[in-house]
Design a protein around this ligand. Structure first.
Ligand SMILES: Cc1cc2nc3c(=O)[nH]c(=O)nc-3n(C[C@H](O)[C@H](O)[C@H](O)COP(=O)(O)OP(=O)(O)OC[C@H]3O[C@@H](n4cnc5c(N)ncnc54)[C@H](O)[C@@H]3O)c2cc1C
Length: 436
């Protein structure tokens, strides 16, 4: 291995992990990244508390990868949540299990871990040259010989050769941090099958049915076609505000159901946040198939439908409907505003219909927010065109790892764990390839 040279392109968690495995085996590693520094998305992930992995059972953990369970489970067998925690400890980073079972570094941050990691990659304890970092090198594909790597650098185009190449270019979200999905056509042109990149763990735009008074009277109302986004009133008052402890349920055309209690946030045009992200792959796919997805919101998940109906129907005397609902059910603020936003006046003043809406308020979603805004990407290089070591069948010597592979998972540490695991697998795969 001593005289072998490997190029790792992309310095996120996956690329750095591949570089580490290779460098520890004595292979010379050149790591290229388009940005002035590596690990930018990893650092961003640390801003809200770096959720490294999850402590649930291996079976439950593997389930999170849905249709790609088999492929990701194979990677986790060599480097799963426990190995990841031990690896972090090896960098001097203690981890703890939060109340939800999620695993975080003791200080919740990504920066100290990345700093210690980069230091070890540059100055390995086992000796050797360490990983050579080439920043501001945007990979452009291959030269005419199909083998030489081309990079755009501030000094003009640079070229490089390597015995093997690991691509760990990330997905297509948050392009300003480096991963912009520009690699998709480069690989497709070389016969590597790639599923289109789609937003995952993303927000959605709503469409609201507006109700207008019929001509010349205030009741009955007539509905006009649903318009994209909230009303100006709702958006200006409530964008950025949370819906606390609600439940959402959604059943797609195939009968797959998502049901969970939690929180989410209203945006200027729709909804986002943990509860929405958790349902996002089902919602996104339904919108792709049918043009919309209707989510049902339970605004009072701790109240039975009977109790809600009894409280709504309770005589309210001269009190306004708002103060009645607030005093009897604690409904106010954004929840109350949403009822006004989505229900007609008729419905608001019909106790049976209002009570039913409080427990199952239909919210029509019409578009996933753009990929660039998403936490992660679905789609990517198909596992079917890779061998078990993540090497492209069509392009021997080329390995792929991380979010650029075709898998998706919810938030909860599953994204980083699979990126780390696939980076290790690609690194180990290169070693096996070079040894053969
Ligand atoms: C706001 C936010 C919070 C998150 N929080 C968490 C969390 O708490 N837990 C979790 O598990 N996951 C989290 N994630 C997801 C996680 O950060 C990513 O899944 C992970 O960083 C992907 O790793 P990667 O190595 O595959 O790609 P990336 O981290 O995207 O790295 C890819 C690298 O490739 C480089 N690159 C791209 N194209 C080129 C090119 N043509 N030439 C050269 N270099 C190139 C980029 O500059 C980048 O450095 C979060 C994501 C976001 C956006």
């Amino acid at each position: 291995m001593q005289n072998k040279k490997v190029a790792v392109i992309g310095g996120g968690p996956a690329g750095l992990m591949a570089a580490e495995v290779l460098s520890e085996a004595g292979v010379a590693v050149d790591l290229y990244d388009a940005m002035p520094s590596v690990g930018r998305k990893f650092l961003l992930a640390g801003k809200g508390g770096l959720n490294l992995t999850h402590s649930e059972s291996a079976d439950r953990f593997a389930e999170r990868y849905g249709e790609r369970r088999t492929q990701i489970e194979a990677l986790l067998r060599s480097f799963g949540p426990q190995q990841l925690r031990e690896w972090a400890h090896g960098l001097g980073i203690e981890t703890f299990v939060g109340t939800s079972g999620r695993v975080f570094p003791a200080d919740m941050k990504a920066a100290p871990l990345l700093r210690a990691w980069l230091n070890r990659l540059r100055h390995p304890v086992h000796g050797g040259a360490g990983v050579q970092f080439h920043m501001r090198h945007r990979w452009l594909g291959w030269a005419e010989d199909g083998r030489t790597l081309r990079f755009d650098t501030p000094q003009g185009e640079a070229r490089a050769q390597a015995d093997a190449v690991v691509l760990a270019l990330g997905g297509g979200s948050w392009a300003r941090l480096g991963s912009n999905g520009a690699w998709v056509p480069l690989l497709a042109a070389r016969g590597v099958a790639v599923a289109p990149l789609l937003p995952a763990n993303c927000g959605f735009d709503v469409a609201v049915q507006r109700h207008l008074p019929a001509q010349g009277q205030s009741l009955p109302v007539q509905a006009v076609p649903a318009a994209a986004g909230w009303s100006e009133f709702f958006a200006s008052r409530f964008a950025g505000q949370p819906f606390k402890t609600v439940a959402v349920s959604f059943t797609n055309a195939q009968g797959l159901t998502f049901q969970r209690k939690g929180e989410f946030v209203a945006t200027a045009t729709g909804v986002e946040g943990s509860l929405i992200y958790a349902a996002s792959s089902l919602l996104r796919d339904e919108i792709i198939r049918t043009g919309h997805a209707t989510l049902y919101l339970d605004l009072l998940p701790d109240f039975t439908p009977e109790r809600v109906l009894a409280e709504v129907a309770h005589p309210r005397g001269s009190r306004s409907l708002s103060s009645h609902l607030k005093s009897r059910l604690g409904l106010d603020g954004i929840k109350m505003a949403l009822l006004h936003e989505l229900l007609s006046k008729d419905e608001m003043h019909d106790a049976t219909r209002l009570a039913a809406a409080i427990k199952a308020l239909p919210l029509r979603l019409v578009a996933a927010r753009p990929l660039d805004e998403a936490i992660s990407s679905a789609g990517g290089v198909l596992f079917e065109v890779l061998n078990d070591d993540l090497m492209c069948a069509a392009l021997p010597r080329l390995f792929c790892a991380g979010e650029m592979l075709d898998w998706e998972a919810p938030t909860g540490g599953y994204l980083l764990t699979a990126c780390f695991a696939s980076g290790r697998q690609a690194g180990a795969g290169v070693l096996r390839y070079l040894a053969a």
